[in-house]
Design a protein around this ligand. Structure first.
Ligand code: PEP
Ligand code: MG
Length: 756
């Protein structure tokens, strides 16, 4: 049968599930020789068996718990319920987290009208003993019967004068309050006290939080029932609040805000000394031995756990006791700094350190410091040593490439050339070129744009010297680069008004009519499915010519500067291999003309941007003409789901939240189940045709930890993201690699043990 009562001397770390994390932690400490108040744990099983539906302890429970209590009596020489040497107990949840430790507890169980006098004699301080009893009554009332503290406080009145008679009066009033509301008197039988405390602490999650008297009257019965029960930790009460050389404290093994090495925290001595201070200075001066012991405990625990520790302790008449030890809650900065320290000290591995960091903390830290701290730099270097995915960047302007490189980008995965043309200085030339009535006029416009694009590419090649730069050819419906039709029509109306029939206005009106006609011709109602991208080159091949010429001219210049230049020309919206083939011919033709002799120094590539499901489905064919596949997963998501992002987010994602049709917005987190399948299938099929086909994702909906883990798992070569997301992606890619390695090691071990 599973154990129902476990002495701290018997507990182990592996019993965490049975005896709760707090109890298991203390058991390990005790057995390693650290001072821990003697105690035992009533397991979840035990609590379930002992606390019956009505909140009463069964007979066997009484026996098993009774024998554990006797064990504590033997260890302390005190006796539970004894009038001369009363043993007092602390009853706590063994599972609550450290910060709410005392709110899920009942302390000083064992005090009653008789034993309180025993405590008074033991401590030689009756006022202290009475106050302990008063606090027990108040906590008991709150925990067992849900009576709010405020009702007790009302009875107490002025807190500044707590003399014996006032305390005796308060005790009588509190007992009456418990009886009135709880419908039972406060138990003078200490066994009954313990039983009720245990059942209440075990069932603590069900204890209602009552704020008003009305609620209270509605619910004045004990809290028990079908709750599964928490394991309950019962320990000998140690007292740090009274007497010489006593006090209570909380410390951290590293600073929780800055992560600085060294013990820090606070200590409150029971006797106010001349040099009282809130930190640990007084303890170091007055109790150097105990201070040293705490220092040792910190390094012992950090070495065992590999984490910064929070230690709550008590000093009772010169004896140190560790009350609770748990991993400390740290600021992002402190978590990073201490983690790096642990690696340097050999306590944890680099992989452990990387797994411990929340990738989004890195983004937050970068926002806070605006540049990498040395610790962050180091962590990112470790990530690069481990990760298998390359992290590239999506850029719209040369400045983005400089930022991306500084943040560790290993190249450009998507350079959106249409964004470069949209700047206010360039747009008039772009519009003039598009609105031209014939090819020669259009070519003249393009001649003005070519040096602008070339200069952009030169700057990007320079920033990315040594790394590949994927440049996507113009991928915008032309009308998006043109003036708004509605605005043009308004202007026409204004010019057509009678009074403006002067010659100047006539000329403008004629030109405006021409522009309106052209804009209307080029307008597309459904641009995603329209003439943009690779199909544009069949209508206006000269635009693509200009872009290619600009790329290769910039490449020649770069090569002559001594840079390592690798342009990767990405053809957007490929649906059929013939489209890619035609574009590839065009690229090769321009490259031959522009690169000339430099061609051997500039190994360019041509690849397909896969955003149309047909391209994914025919990946084996597309791979014949592609040096790489880049998945535009945002548009692939639109086409796979059959809705546009704009419409979905504006009109129905909100509604779907309630009906739970779409659990995650697939434009924020890659839909691994559907879109991910298309990507995986295309990668597999593409590599059947071309084993070294380079593959990656440039859609910005694949940059969360889960999506990056998927990208790693299916063996993509890279993920491309916004420059500011690069540090996040580097950490996430390393985490994906580490988890992947550990998972396969586990599978191998399992296989070996099956064979054995
Ligand atoms: C995409 O659709 O995933 C993509 C990267 O394209 P865009 O440039 O339109 O964001
Ligand atoms: Mg797209």
């Amino acid at each position: 049968m599973t154990k129902r009562v476990v002495l701290l001397e018997e507990g182990t770390a592996e019993m965490k599930g049975l005896i709760g994390n707090k109890g298991a932690g203390l058991a390990v400490l005790l057995q390693a020789g650290w001072p821990v108040p003697a105690g035992f744990i009533v397991t979840r099983e035990g609590c379930r068996a002992f606390c019956t539906r009505l909140g009463h302890l069964s007979t066997e429970g009484v026996q098993e718990i009774g024998s554990a209590v006797r064990h504590l009596e033997e260890q302390t020489g005190k006796f539970f319920g004894d009038s001369l040497a009363p043993l007092l107990l602390a009853v706590r949840s063994s599972e609550a987290s450290s910060h709410d430790m005392e709110s899920h507890a009942l302390l000083r169980v064992g005090l009653n009208d008789v034993t309180v006098e025993g405590l008074a004699r033991q401590t030689n301080d009756r006022q202290y003993a009475l106050n302990c009893y008063r606090i027990l009554l108040q906590d008991y009332g709150q925990l067992v019967h849900g009576i709010p503290y405020s009702l007790f406080e009302e009875k107490l009145g002025d807190l500044s004068i707590l003399n014996e008679s006032k305390l005796e009066f308060a005790i009588a009033e509190y007992k009456q309050l418990i009886e009135d509301i709880g419908l039972h008197p406060f138990p003078q039988d200490v066994q009954l006290q313990l039983k009720e405390a245990m059942c209440a602490v075990s069932n603590i999650q069900r204890a209602p939080r009552l704020n008003s008297q009305q609620e209270l009257l509605l619910q004045s019965t004990p809290f028990s029932g079908d709750h599964q029960g928490n394991a309950v930790l019962i320990q000998v009460m140690v007292n740090g609040e009274q007497g010489e050389r006593s006090g209570i404290g909380t410390l951290y093994s590293h600073h929780p805000a800055t992560g600085e090495r060294g013990m820090t925290g606070e200590y409150i001595a029971s006797v106010v000394s001349q040099s009282q201070d809130e930190e640990l200075g007084q303890l170091r001066r007055e109790e150097p031995e105990l201070y040293g012991l705490l220092l040792d405990a910190c390094s012992y625990l950090e070495n065992c756990m590999g984490e910064v520790q929070k230690i709550q302790f008590i000093i009772d008449s010169g004896e140190l006791y560790l009350l609770h030890v748990s991993p400390a809650c740290l600021s992002a900065k402190a978590a990073l700094r201490s983690t790096i320290d642990f690696v340097h000290e050999g306590v944890i591995t680099k992989a452990d350190a990387l797994l411990r960091i929340e990738p989004w903390h890195v983004t937050e830290m970068l926002k806070g410091f605006s540049s990498c701290t040395p610790e962050l730099e180091l962590l990112l270097e470790w990530a690069d040593e481990i990760k298998e995915l390359m992290i590239l960047s999506n850029v719209n302007h040369p400045q983005d490439a400089i930022t991306a490189r500084a943040l560790g980008s290993e190249g450009i995965g998507l350079c959106r050339t249409e964004h470069m043309l949209l700047s206010p200085a360039r747009l008039p030339f772009v519009q003039k070129m598009i609105l031209a009535d014939n090819e020669s006029e259009r070519r003249r416009g393009l001649e003005r744009l070519l040096p602008m694009q070339q200069s952009d590419f030169e700057q990007i090649f320079e920033a990315m010297d040594g790394y590949p730069v994927t440049i996507r050819l113009l991928d915008s419906p032309l009308h998006e680069l043109l003036p708004d039709l509605g605005v043009l029509e308004k202007r026409r109306e204004w010019l057509q008004a009678e009074e403006r029939q002067e010659v100047d206005h006539q000329n403008e009106l004629e030109e405006l009519e021409r522009v309106i006609r052209r804009v209307s011709e080029l307008h597309e109602h459904n641009p995603t499915l329209g003439q943009q991208t690779c199909r544009l080159s069949t209508v206006f091949p000269e635009i693509v010519d200009m872009q290619l010429e600009a790329i290769f001219r910039a490449a020649v210049k770069g090569v002559r500067q001594g840079w390592w230049v690798r342009p990767e020309i990405m053809i957007p919206q490929i649906g059929h291999v013939h489209e890619l083939q035609a574009m590839r011919d065009l690229v090769d033709h321009v490259a031959d003309q522009v690169l000339g002799e430099e061609k051997r120094h500039c190994l360019y590539r041509v690849g397909a941007m896969i955003e149309a499901p047909r391209a994914a489905l025919t990946a084996t064919h597309i791979a014949r003409q592609a040096d790489f596949f880049s998945f535009g997963t945002e548009e692939l998501t639109e086409m796979t789901f059959g809705y546009s992002r704009e419409q979905a987010e504006m009109r129905f994602f909100q509604l779907d939240k309630d009906s739970r049709t779409v659990t995650n917005n697939p434009f924020h987190v890659l839909d691994v189940e559907g879109v991910g399948q298309l990507v995986e299938m295309a990668v597999v099929q593409g590599r059947i045709r071309k084993p070294h086909l380079k593959t990656g994702i440039c859609g910005e909906n694949a940059v969360d930890l889960e999506s990056i883990t998927f990208c790693h798992r299916i063996g993509l070569d890279y993920v491309s993201c916004l420059p500011e997301q690069i540090p996040y992606a580097r950490i996430a890619a390393a985490q994906a690699a580490i988890k992947g390695q550990r998972d396969s090691a586990n599978v191998q071990n399992a296989d070996i043990s099956t064979i054995a």
